[in-house]
Design a protein around this ligand. Structure first.
Ligand SMILES: [Zn+2]
Length: 112
């Protein structure tokens, strides 16, 4: 192996080591996918001090006519925390067709 090849090989090895290190670091920074543990803070919705959790939400901003899309971290207390789809489904009672008809009747009478 010539000196030049040796230098090149060492450079590549160093680069790949550096990449592995930054790659591992990035993985650590991202952390687990579960929502963070609740901690004391100010809820972004009701602005009360409470145990809050961090939630990722997608946001569209319009500044000077240019739309930008980003992910923002919001902190919500237990009351304001967005419900997962499964939780929502569990909370909404399944209406029977009779109940739906009654609802429609009430709506027509202006009760709703
Ligand atoms: Zn709240």
């Amino acid at each position: 192996m010539s000196l030049l090849d040796d230098n090149f090989a060492r450079k590549i090895a160093a680069q790949s080591r550096a990449w592995t290190m930054t790659h591992d670091q990035a993985k650590k920074d991202r952390g687990p996918r579960q929502p963070a543990e609740p901690k004391m803070g100010i809820c972004d919705k009701c602005h009360k001090e409470a145990l809050v959790r961090a939630f990722r939400s997608r946001q569209t901003d319009r500044t000077d006519g240019a739309a930008s899309f980003g992910t923002v971290i919001k902190h919500y207390c237990e009351d304001c925390a967005p419900k997962s789809r499964a939780q929502k489904d569990a909370e909404v009672p399944q209406l029977t067709s009779k109940q739906v008809k009654n609802l429609m009747k009430s709506a027509k009478k202006g009760l709703l």
